[in-house]
Ligand binder design. Structure first.
Ligand code: ZN
Length: 348
């Protein structure tokens, strides 16, 4: 039985860690750790932190804290967050001599998907005793399953830029790997999909976006009518084609014992994220008796309505149906001109 994740922000206080490009490692480690903690909490994955402020933790104190958080329980994962230095570019994950590379590989893969260069996962031995780990955070942390994640090189210009702008995306990759490894449902962070679409940023590929949002590459290509795999920065990608804000198209479902968001999504054949968005949920925990909007099972449209398609505007719909924009807005009680795909608009 999995107990929890120990999140360790390396360095802190008078120990700044590596320095470069006007960045201090300790600050980035703390930012990464705070974000990781927030996300694990959101996903319901138990976790605790060694520090949540700019605190100096000398070796012994840090080890005591790591061992104390979950009472040295063997069913814990320790993630020590660090930034590298010394000439190089990209991310590395160090795993301990007592563990295999499975989780380390998953983490590095996901950080790569988030746009960072993947260097390697590896073990490092103490020169004077090759049976022992080189880093104390791997060597002296008891029964935990420790991993040291280096998100990039602080003294490399490209990495410094990425660490400034994309660190949380890389940490999100670690979060996703932990969820998959421990068997928790992974759900992307709120706000990643705004207005039903995702905006392509530097380093994105169809493959990375597909993994991040749990939508297949074929599905993304189908929804967006893409005939190549080439993306451009700033391009808007729709990740679902069935978001629907019109309440008339939904039934109310009352949560019963044993339900989970996942099981409900499956039963009503709706994407988990859509179910969350439609119901404006900010927690994944359901209460028995809670009422959720779910798609109507038989959805018969009549001639008086129009379902908003990709690329539609109020103006284009008005023109198509020989009606003015103002009449359309009045008919539908719209206070602004924003439409969402799948929205049902009254045209008569
Ligand atoms: Zn460090």
């Amino acid at each position: 039985m999995f107990e929890g994740v120990i999140i360790d922000a390396g360095h802190g206080g008078i120990d700044s860690g590596a320095v470069g490009n006007n960045l201090l490692e300790k600050d980035l480690n703390l930012k990464a750790s705070n974000y990781m903690y927030k996300r694990l909490q959101e996903l319901g994955i138990p976790s605790k932190v060694t520090r949540d402020s700019d605190e100096y933790l000398p070796k012994d104190k840090r080890i005591r804290r790591v061992l104390g958080l979950y009472d040295n329980n063997p069913n814990t994962i320790l993630i020590s967050n660090h930034i590298n230095a010394g000439g190089g570019e990209g991310a590395e994950v160090v795993y301990s001599l007592k563990n295999d590379s499975t989780l380390a590989d998953m983490i590095l893969e996901n950080i790569g998907d988030a746009g960072q260069i993947k260097r390697k996962t590896y073990q490092r031995r103490l020169p004077e005793n090759p049976n022992k780990d080189y880093y104390y955070i791997l060597r002296e942390t008891g029964n935990t399953m420790p991993l040291l994640v280096e998100y990039g090189f602080i003294d490399n210009k490209n990495d410094a830029y990425k660490l400034n702008n994309n660190l949380e995306d890389y940490v999100e990759g670690v979060v996703k790997a932990i969820a998959e490894y421990t068997g928790y449902n992974y759900i992307p962070p709120n706000g990643s999909i705004s207005n039903d679409y995702y905006t392509v940023v530097k380093g994105d590929t169809l493959y990375s976006i597909s993994r991040r949002f749990n939508v297949s590459i074929d599905e993304i290509k189908r929804i967006n009518n893409l005939d190549s795999n080439i993306l451009t920065i700033g391009q808007k990608l729709f990740l679902t084609d069935d978001i629907d804000d019109n309440i008339d198209n939904y039934d109310i479902y009352e949560v019963v014992k044993g339900d989970s968001l996942y099981s409900i999504a499956k039963r009503f054949n709706i994407n988990l994220n859509d179910l969350i968005n439609i119901n404006n949920l900010d927690t994944l925990v359901l209460q028995i008796g809670q009422k959720l909007l779910v798609p109507k099972t038989d959805n018969n449209n009549n001639n008086n309505t129009y379902i908003v398609q990709k690329g539609d505007t109020l103006w284009s719909i008005a023109k198509k149906n020989n009606i003015s924009v103002n009449e359309l807005k009045e008919l539908n009680n719209l206070s602004n001109n924003l439409l969402s795909i799948g929205q049902v608009i009254r045209i008569k």
